[in-house]
Design a protein. Sequence first.
Length: 141
Amino acid sequence: MKVIPIAAVCGRTVQAAACASDAVAASSGAVAANAGSAAWHLIGALDACFGENDCLGVTIDAVKVGLFRVDGEIHALDDICTHGNALLSEGFLDGHEIECPLHAGLVDVRTGKGTTAPIVRDTRRHDVRVDDGNLYVRLSR
Ligand code: FES
């Protein structure tokens, strides 16, 4: 019997640029061009970071960011659940919803909206771009 997983169990947390290849890291460093929170931060080579329907936790300028790859799109949210002290990137990804590992609240990774109790506050989103196979995140203010 073939078992088909319906949810991905996530849980890796790395520093920004930790999954970058040596060549990428050497050429651009961990932070792209502009200084400050408006900068694009290199996370690494997209396919080295994570696979499809997977999550990754990164820390950028002391901000924990959860990255979620679903249906070919990458979404970035604050990683700390708005309900308590848990990392969404260590939860269970089922389609576009991440289930918090602590109290099972659900968040839509596309919008940051909490979709079930006990989550009542939305999660901040961050900008994401993929350039030449490399994944970048720009923190929201
Ligand atoms: S800490 Fe996330 S739902 Fe409670």
